[in-house]
Design a protein around this ligand. Structure first.
Ligand code: NAD
Length: 320
């Protein structure tokens, strides 16, 4: 079996390449860059820009499975500042337009697209204790970021290609995936990585800065579990969008306490201004459990242990 992984230099794409190789696939990866922290295991790795339609057509080979994870993305600092909106929308939409058209031209059967929990309406995520993120709550649409609007537009385009041209599409809405080998500094890192870095860098008894009051809630899914979900989805006949996330919802303050306990440090939390996104968000796994018999197998804390260890090691090694 041959797979094309778009975004193979990124966090999830790199882990996906490793898993596909372990399972015996021939893997071609493509990205603007090589994976940052480890050599790729892909049989062929193309450095290229998927905004280039002719490159997309060259990469897609008849009979291969396509995993489209490339996107212009980042954590709250990148997505919610407002400064990157046009670039995010233009880049990611162009990649998806190109990949779909390349798949249509090459008669590709199955394509996976990584959508996001960011597509869910802001009006359903104002109560930190009771956010609504069931798949059928996506409309009437009101994502809280242009990143979310692009994902929603692209979801619709994937489904339109499925209806009109017979593409077999699989769409996952990821909810905060984390783990080792992910971006942990520089402004594009997500909350768990940022928390691990700040705590690794602080002296015991020092201060820990958190954006907002820290009462905003989220759930986080460990990377290995996310890969299990992708494989289950690709192997299934379920063609609607599904959440791939965890239902273990914590506040950002609780996340901080968890990481401090793992690190064996006690820091004083200081709340500062910063982009926060919606007040509450967690995965709703009823649909994926019913259709794919998938649910996360381990706790958030279990996943944070290796993640903290890896980020603390990066920090100590002075990787900047
Ligand atoms: P990532 O940023 O680590 O990986 C995305 C990769 O796409 C990067 O390596 C980037 O270089 C590449 N890319 C961007 N523009 C490109 C272009 N023009 N040509 C070729 N490559 C390009 O992100 P990730 O965390 O691995 O996320 C993978 C996918 O999952 C993305 O589509 C993202 O939107 C989606 N997603 C991730 C999360 C999460 O928590 N990590 C949550 C929801 C959705």
């Amino acid at each position: 079996m041959e797979a094309l992984v778009c975004g193979a230099g990124g966090f999830i794409g790199h882990h996906l390449v490793k898993r596909l190789k372990r399972e015996g696939w021939f893997v071609r990866g493509v990205d603007l860059k090589y994976p940052e922290f480890e050599e790729t295991l892909a049989d062929d790795f193309v450095i290229g820009d998927l905004r280039d339609a002719s490159l997309c057509r060259d990469l897609v080979k008849p009979g291969c499975r396509v995993f489209q994870l490339a996107a212009d993305m980042g954590g709250a600092g990148y997505v919610f500042s407002g400064e990157n909106d046009a670039v995010i929308m233009h880049n990611s939409a162009t990649i998806n337009l190109n990949m779909l058209e390349a798949c249509r031209l090459k008669g590709i059967g199955k394509i996976f697209f990584s959508s996001s929990a960011c597509i869910y309406p802001a009006y359903n995520q104002q109560d930190p204790d009771n956010p609504v993120c069931s798949e059928d709550s996506a409309y009437p649409a009101q994502p809280d970021s242009e990143y979310g609007w692009e994902k929603l537009f692209s979801e619709r385009m994937y489904f339109a290609y499925a209806r009109n041209f017979g593409l077999d599409v699989r769409i996952a809405r990821f909810h905060n995936i984390f783990g080792p080998l992910g971006t942990w500094q520089g402004g594009r890192e997500k909350a768990p990585a940022a928390m691990c870095r700040k705590i690794a860098a602080a002296d015991d008894g020092g201060e820990l800065e958190i954006w907002g009051d820290g009462e905003q809630t989220r759930s986080f899914l460990y990377i290995d579990e996310c890969l299990d979900g992708i494989f289950k989805l690709m192997a299934s006949n379920w063609s609607g969008p599904v959440n791939i996330g965890s239902e273990e919802m914590v506040s950002i303050n609780q996340l901080a306490e968890m990481v401090m306990a793992i690190a064996g440090k006690k820091l004083r939390i200081v709340h500062v201004d910063g982009p926060q996104g919606v007040r509450g968000r967690t995965s709703d796994n009823r649909l994926i459990e019913a259709k794919l018999f998938w649910k996360p197998q381990q706790s958030l804390e279990n996943g944070l242990v290796p993640t903290y260890a890896w980020i603390a090691e990066q920090w100590k090694a002075g990787r900047k």
